[in-house]
Ligand binder design. Structure first.
Ligand code: FES
Length: 139
């Protein structure tokens, strides 16, 4: 069957290319990552302990905007094409580690044709952020 021609690139937190996949319109980034064995969850784990405590039940959220473990950093030119995040997404992003100006929750980002060529980079969870007990801030 002919492909959709819509490409999505994944990079790890160091910016190294992980995978380029062909995606369907309407799919969300979390589902795509699952389908292609890209581990978005677990970025919030530190020494095996969940940093989101009660909020997080890894694998249980499944796109219900309750965990932020699906946090991805998008290429700016594609980020700008997306509809604004809803309030609940913004609230969750505030708790995400390694937050950037082009961060979104992967479960909330639906693929459209114009997003062809987008890169989703996995965030880095830095030790200091939670050792200090500080939340990342928007710039
Ligand atoms: Fe939980 Fe996206 S999967 S917020």
């Amino acid at each position: 069957a002919p492909g959709t021609g819509i490409k999505l690139h994944f990079k790890d937190s160091k910016g190294s290319h992980l995978k380029t996949v062909e995606v369907n319109e309407g799919d969300d980034i979390l589902s795509i990552a699952h389908e292609h064995d890209i581990d978005l969850e677990g970025k919030h784990l530190f020494e095996g302990r969940c940093q989101l405590a009660d909020l997080c039940d890894p694998g249980a959220c499944e796109g219900s905007v309750a965990c932020s473990t699906c946090h991805v950093i998008l290429s700016p030119e594609h980020y700008d094409l997306l509809p604004e995040p809803e309030d609940d997404e913004n609230d969750m992003l505030d708790m995400a580690f390694g937050l950037t100006d082009t961060s979104r929750l992967g479960c909330q980002v639906k693929i459209t044709r114009e997003l062809d060529g987008m890169t989703a980079t996995l965030p880095s969870a830095t030790r200091n952020m939670f050792v200090d007990g500080k939340k990342p801030t928007h710039h």
